[in-house]
Design a protein around this ligand. Structure first.
Ligand SMILES: NC(=O)c1ccc[n+]([C@@H]2O[C@H](COP(=O)([O-])OP(=O)(O)OC[C@H]3O[C@@H](n4cnc5c(N)ncnc54)[C@H](O)[C@@H]3O)[C@@H](O)[C@H]2O)c1
Ligand SMILES: [Zn+2]
Length: 344
């Protein structure tokens, strides 16, 4: 079964997200008669070579260290070499690294080409490829250079996740649990009765869960595409996650850091009286059920120090997303001094 979710960008452009058995329909999503250039990584190329080699393709390197302006420059040079112009279509096939880089390149090369994604990790299906944020890192700071620009389409095929390493699958679950905590307690309760193996082996159920998470994000993005307000809620758990990623020099996967970040912020919400002990326990139990980490060896004072260099800091503080009840959270501005007091 196929489900389609629509995101209408600020410029009125319609972006369609299809979930389910959709990779076989790729040619129907591509614009007729246009030259298609694929950007992907070597793992995806190895696993889906027959499909990818039907088109001209460019392979980029793995991981955050390749989500850079150097990669953008190299790919743009390659596009010039291939005589790619604005009549061509760019297709990113990969996880969040590939889709972030591809969306950015397609937005700036010759002032912008149409583009689409085949999202190949669970994290990119439910989060990274959705919502039109495209960009790269600079000087060790994540996503410092980027644009808001919606892809024409995003294909989220559940079968493509079969080759995804288990650790990456579980990391994607952290973003789904985060989404449920933001605004869908029914989804949270559904997840409490599932586990990673059951989901991985049940494509129909998996598609249902992925769709629910995408719907949460799509609704928020349509209300606030450029993150002036409500979109900040999608950063639940991320303030501390970014600090963990920074202090652990990216040895934790992003989703793993988000899992720990969600627990740290739930603990804070509990101490501030916003949530009950019971809800905090349920959050920890759910993350544990999906075999995600919930604690870190990194000392709190180190994390708090790292927060002070967060790119999302505002004057002397930062916006924290606090759970305030089942399927609900608030954006709270806190000074660093106030935040420190809550952790002594
Ligand atoms: N733009 C956004 O709104 C947004 C949101 C969340 C995260 N992100 C970004 O996403 C990035 C992380 O993305 P990710 O978690 O998808 O990681 P990733 O792109 O690094 O992919 C993880 C690994 O899995 C491999 N892989 C991908 N799909 C596979 C498949 N189907 N089978 C086998 N191997 C496969 C990749 O080659 C890679 O080694 C981060 O840079 C993060 O900042 C962006
Ligand atoms: Zn995230």
């Amino acid at each position: 079964m196929k489900r389609v979710i629509e995101v209408i960008g600020g410029d009125g452009n319609l972006s369609k997200i299809a979930v389910g058995d959709v990779l076989s329909t790729l040619s129907e999503w591509l614009p007729e008669g246009k030259r298609v250039i694929i950007i992907t990584d070597a793992n995806i190329h190895r696993n889906y070579q027959t499909l990818i080699d039907q088109y001209e393709n460019i392979i980029i390197g793995f991981g955050e260290t390749n989500k850079t302006l150097q990669t953008v420059e190299k790919v743009c040079s390659k596009l010039i070499e291939l005589n790619v112009d604005r009549s061509c279509f760019i297709l990113g096939i990969g996880g969040g690294i590939v889709t972030d880089v591809t969306g950015f390149i397609a937005s700036i090369y010759m002032r912008g080409l149409k583009f689409g994604f085949v999202a190949t990790t669970l994290l990119s299906q439910v989060d990274a490829s959705i919502g039109g944020k495209n960009g790269v890192n600079l000087d060790g700071y994540k996503n410092m250079i980027g644009v808001f620009n919606q892809p024409e389409f995003v294909l989220c095929d559940t079968a493509i996740l079969k080759t995804l390493p288990n650790r990456e699958f579980k990391a994607g679950m952290a973003e789904i649990i985060k989404a449920a905590m933001i605004s869908d307690h029914d989804l949270f309760e559904k997840l409490e009765n599932l586990d990673a193996t059951t989901l991985k082996n049940n494509p129909e159920l998996l598609a249902e869960i992925i769709t629910a998470a995408i719907e949460i994000k799509a609704k928020i993005v349509m209300a606030d595409e450029t993150e002036q307000g409500v979109r900040k809620k999608l950063n639940l758990g991320h303030t501390f996650a970014h600090a963990i990623e920074k202090c652990s020099h990216n040895s934790s996967l992003h989703g793993e850091a988000v899992s720990i970040g969600v627990v740290i912020i739930s603990d804070l919400a509990l101490r501030m009286g916003h949530i009950t002990e019971e809800y905090r326990e349920r959050v920890v139990n759910l993350l544990t059920k999906f075999e995600l980490p919930t604690t870190t060896d990194i000392k709190t004072h180190k994390l708090l120090k790292a927060l002070r260099s967060d790119k999302k800091r505002e004057a002397n503080g930062i916006s924290i997303i606090l759970p305030v009840g089942y399927g609900s959270c608030n954006i709270v501005h806190m000074s660093f001094d106030e935040l420190n007091l809550h952790f002594v």
